[in-house]
Design a protein around this ligand. Structure first.
Ligand code: SF4
Ligand code: SF4
Length: 488
């Protein structure tokens, strides 16, 4: 009803592009006929970008990107099957993505498909359909008559309920957000996968309902280890792209199955043989690890102690960073191993008047950016000592507190970007770390230290100039506010 101007519900000759595909297939090589009276179609109008890229209720907030390619392809059906049928594509912005897109557009022109830059205002039903539009070249109102109208309505993923929909209600920052999250929860579709996860039955989703995955480095890897998404489940795409996508996802699945057979982590720490374990005697059953694990790899036993599922675990260490009593560790990565590295850095005495800055850098993006900076000869202040961490999510608040107590003058935490367009290789690790570190202010207050002594930044692998600058900025800050009083 929000698209009532197109009168889709009021004429069988006004179709979506998906319905036209079925209609064309049913002709079995013969001409395409009108659904209303079976007459051979002699003129057709394709109305592009219907209800997409829109802020209106009930419409898609994104553009599917491939609707114009589909329209060109379908216009050619009429040229091939219906002889001299008039085909007009009415568009406001024509998008033909991909290397062959431009050629495809030209082949449409060669076959005499008409491309008209116009925004459709109304489709009037009747024995002959009337399409009213604003001609965007002449800046004038215009109309055309045709036998059939095809609407480019965009693509939506076929998904089950978002397992974190309940969490979104609990974490909403204000009443409006909460209301939105409640509505999503109330209208959740039935489960498709019926997964046995404490966090819910289906795959975690991105904001528009597509499967959540790291869009640059791990596009196929969903947040449920061993399940790979491909095709329009991931993002809108055509059949050819979906076939290539499926091949990529299948390769990833084979790689993960082989690694799992050897007891190794899947991605991104492919080949890692370590896995998290916890000291039961110290555990307070607080559930922080279970809640913060981005991959749902932790369940609870009947006594509410955490139960780690190694084949689901990606070895990010977020649970380790989250545990308030520091009882989670890996054989080769623990609160103690990093704590020892921090302790083993020589912190100059006060009479040496030489500050020391601790940098905890995510091994996935921030550390390689600093490494590249070093190779490029970008200067990094010599006061800094850099320790790589698996993910900023694995950083324990205790490392920060202990460092400040032992006389470090500044601490810089470098992780990947968080939020809707996150680049964290462990999806939520960076966001969790930011949340955790927002409490570092209390620690600084207790120690009577300046808040500027601890900074958390989002860094990309390409930040080869910026990452060193953030460290150098901390050095400047320390110069201004002076050495840590904990040296004295
Ligand atoms: S290491 Fe990461 S994936 Fe594994 S259980 Fe801990 S938080 Fe979950
Ligand atoms: S976070 Fe630590 S204390 Fe809390 S349940 Fe997990 S292991 Fe136990």
């Amino acid at each position: 009803s929000e698209l009532s101007q197109y009168n889709y519900a009021n004429s069988p000759d006004i179709l979506t592009n998906e319905e036209l595909e079925k209609l064309a297939k049913a002709t079995d090589g013969g001409p395409i006929k009108r659904p209303s009276d079976g007459k051979v179609v002699r003129s057709v109008a394709f109305v592009q970008n219907v209800g997409q890229n829109s802020t209106e209720k009930g419409q898609l907030p994104y553009h599917s990107g491939i609707g114009d390619l589909i329209a060109i392809k379908q216009a050619m059906y009429f040229k091939e099957l219906n002889g001299d049928c008039d085909t007009t594509i009415l568009f406001d912005n024509l998008r033909t993505p991909g290397a062959p897109g431009e050629d495809f557009y030209r082949s449409g022109q060669e076959k005499m498909v008409t491309f008209s830059k116009g925004r459709v205002t109304e489709v009037v039903p009747g024995p002959t359909l009337q399409v009213k539009f604003k001609d965007l070249i002449l800046n004038d109102n215009a109309s055309m008559e045709c036998d059939l109208v095809v609407l480019d309505v965009g693509m939506m993923p076929n998904t089950g309920p978002d397992p974190y929909a309940q969490l979104a209600v609990e974490e909403a920052e204000d009443e409006a957000e909460k209301e939105k999250a409640r509505a999503l929860l109330a209208n959740a579709p039935p489960s498709i996968l019926n997964l046995d996860y404490r966090q819910g039955t289906d795959l975690p989703l991105l904001k528009y309902g597509f499967t959540d995955s790291h869009f640059i480095c791990f596009p196929y890897e969903t947040r449920r280890t061993g399940i790979y998404a491909a095709g329009p489940q991931r993002r809108p795409m055509d059949m050819r792209q979906a076939a290539d996508d499926a091949a990529g996802a299948a390769m990833k699945a084979i790689q993960a199955a082989e690694n799992a057979g050897r007891g190794m982590a899947a991605h991104p720490r492919a080949g890692d043989l370590s896995f998290p374990s916890f000291r039961k005697e110290g555990c307070t059953q607080c559930k922080r690890c279970t809640v913060e694990c981005p991959f749902g790899a932790i369940n609870e036993d009947e006594k509410r102690y955490p139960m780690f599922n190694e084949s689901r675990c990606r070895r990010c260490g977020t649970c380790m960073g989250a545990c308030p009593v520091r009882v989670i560790s890996f054989e080769n990565y623990s609160i103690d191993t990093v704590g020892q590295q921090i302790k083993n850095v020589e912190v100059p005495e006060e009479f040496e008047e030489k500050p020391r800055i601790l940098v905890l850098a995510c091994e996935n993006d921030a550390y390689p950016a600093l490494d590249q900076a070093g190779m490029n000869g970008v200067e990094i202040n010599p006061w800094a000592r850099v320790i790589p961490v698996r993910c900023l999510g694995s950083v324990s608040l205790s490392w920060v507190t202990d460092s400040l107590n032992s006389g470090y003058d500044g601490i810089v935490l470098l992780g990947c970007s968080k939020g809707d367009d996150y680049q964290c290789h462990f999806v939520r690790g960076s966001a969790m770390a930011h949340e955790r570190m927002s409490k570092v202010g209390d620690t600084l207050k207790t120690l009577n230290l300046e808040p500027e002594r601890v900074k958390v930044y989002e860094v990309a692998i390409t930040d080869i100039e910026r990452a060193p600058k953030l460290i150098n900025d901390m050095a400047e800050t320390v110069k201004q506010i002076g050495l840590s009083p904990f040296k004295f």
